[in-house]
Write a protein that binds this ligand. Structure first.
Ligand code: TTP
Ligand code: MG
Ligand code: MG
Length: 473
């Protein structure tokens, strides 16, 4: 492990909700909940003002409404969040070629590889500057953790939240980790946490005391071994730059359909080996093995199997491909075969034990899917939807956002990121003067910290940014 805290972890604060607050001056300092507003909707995130009331990510929306009846409830605008995320990631890439994004609002950066930090002082300075730059460019706050390993940098940024920076000095890691709950360690989700708790292990110190053999007995070889190392603060995982390819695959089309089942099996093995060579050549490993079969009648099917953890082992991938082939009827002949590996993301982000139990569903993904669905549940009038929180433009009153709609009316608050909190007006949902609009940039060029002088000329001077399109439609 390195001896200086030069691995940086950034995570934006209450990301979706903060973007909404930056975009809507009347919501700053207020409880804001972003998520699916339909009957099955769940909270994607809540502003810190709403968290005080007990609202948090993945909570059913009905429960959130009971806890925070006066909060603003908004439908997510993924296009806007992606555009802001791109701005943040660009700032990170200016620091180092080794930037590893984990989600829209989160990434590791190897500051040493970028030559911007080599000791504690230079690392801290880079972190302070980064936070200021993010603020200037996006108007938002992000929290930064600095440590000698990925695991500790992530723990540090969690401690820094919200709007802070924490450096973990090399040498102090083990004492710091000891009293922390096991859930602090990467790879320990709810399922592994419960499993360990039933064995009487609740803190990191308990893991160390239980010993490696006991951990392996409880969690299996790979996971137990890895977790024990993490508990001792041993984490040598490198920061790996964003992977270009989300999957690696190879396929062959045959001049003459293959009928012989044995021959089909051999071809699949050959393709599996070729796929592994590509995978290894790119320095990757993956968790999901995919088999593609196009039959004599051009019907194409894919079968996939997700493993417990990522692999680049030819034996494992060959076996998985063979198992997949078992489930495919090839009697009429085969004209194309393919083998691929996907799921190349950093597996340490997930709960390995839950995966093993076959229960793996990324929370984030689940929430996004739920959050997307309710757009259709929004009131539709004259073919137009007015989802809460989305931007609109009125011929006379300018740019605003939908505060609510129903019973043939839509309430709009007229304000822009750079304006004072605006006024509310109500229209008929089929008002010809009202139309959906693109989000506006949160920070105007040359305007610092997202809060410049009042814009006297109003919204018309703010140029919409073309790539801010919403993904719900
Ligand atoms: P997080 O970084 O986990 O949370 P956050 O940025 O809202 O708050 P914090 O200050 O604690 O970091 O997630 C980033 C965004 O991902 C979040 O704003 C909304 C989305 N998200 C979901 O849609 N569903 C979820 O379950 C979680 C955890 C996040
Ligand atoms: Mg965040
Ligand atoms: Mg995050």
């Amino acid at each position: 492990m390195r001896t200086a805290p030069t691995i940086l972890h950034l995570d934006m604060d209450a990301f979706f909700a903060s973007v909404e607050q930056a975009s809507k001056p009347s919501l700053r300092g207020k409880a804001v909940v972003v998520g699916g507003l339909g009957p099955r909707g769940v909270v994607a995130t809540a502003s810190y003002e709403a968290r005080v009331l007990g609202v948090h990510s993945a909570m059913p929306m009905g429960q959130a409404r009971r806890l925070a009846p006066n909060a603003a409830y908004l439908v997510p605008r993924f296009g806007l969040y992606k555009a802001i995320s791109d701005q943040v990631m660009e700032l990170l890439r200016a620091l180092s070629p080794l930037v590893e994004p984990l989600s829209l609002d989160e990434a590791f950066v190897d500051l040493e590889a970028g030559g911007v930090a080599w000791d504690e002082a230079s690392a801290r300075l880079a972190g302070v500057r980064l936070r200021a730059d993010i603020r200037a460019v996006t108007g938002l706050t992000g929290s930064v953790g600095l440590a000698a390993s990925k695991m500790l940098a992530k723990i540090a940024s969690e401690q820094a939240k919200p709007d802070g920076l924490v450096v973990i000095q090399p040498g102090t890691e083990r004492a710091m980790l000891a009293p922390m709950p096991v859930r602090t360690l990467p790879g320990v989700g709810p399922a592994t946490g419960d499993h360990l708790r039933r064995a009487g292990i609740t803190t990191v110190e308990d893991i160390v005391e239980a010993g490696e053999d006991e951990l392996v007995r409880l969690l299996g070889k790979a996971h137990g071994h890895g977790l024990y190392a993490m508990a001792l603060a041993r984490d040598d995982r490198p920061v790996t730059a964003e992977r270009e390819a989300k999957s690696v695959s190879v396929e062959d089309t045959y001049d003459v359909d293959i009928h012989d089942r044995l021959r089909v099996g051999l071809e699949v093995q050959r393709l599996a080996d070729r796929c592994v060579r590509r995978l290894r050549g790119a320095g990757l490993s993956g968790r999901t093995i995919v088999l593609k079969v196009r039959r004599f009648d051009f019907s194409t099917l894919t079968r996939s199997e997700t493993l417990r953890g990522p692999t680049d082992d030819p034996g494992v991938i060959r076996e998985a491909a063979a198992r997949l082939l078992d489930s495919v009827d090839t009697t009429g002949g085969v004209r194309l075969l393919g083998v691929g590996v996907t799921g190349l993301a950093d597996y340490t982000q997930e709960d390995l034990f839950a995966q093993a139990a076959g229960a793996r569903v990324s929370t984030e993904r689940a929430v996004e899917e739920h959050a997307m669905a309710p757009a259709e549940e929004q009131p539709v009038f004259a073919g137009r939807r007015w989802p809460a929180g989305h931007d609109v433009r009125h011929a006379e009153f300018g740019h605003g956002w939908v505060q609510g709609s129903g019973l043939g009316r839509v309430t709009v608050r007229f304000e822009t990121p750079g304006s004072e909190p605006g006024r509310v007006r109500t229209f008929r949902t089929d008002d010809p003067d009202l139309e959906p609009a693109d989000p506006l940039p949160l920070v105007l060029p040359g305007q610092d910290k997202g809060r410049g002088p009042k814009d006297e000329t109003g919204a018309s001077r703010l140029r919409p940014v073309a790539q801010y399109t919403d993904a719900d439609g």
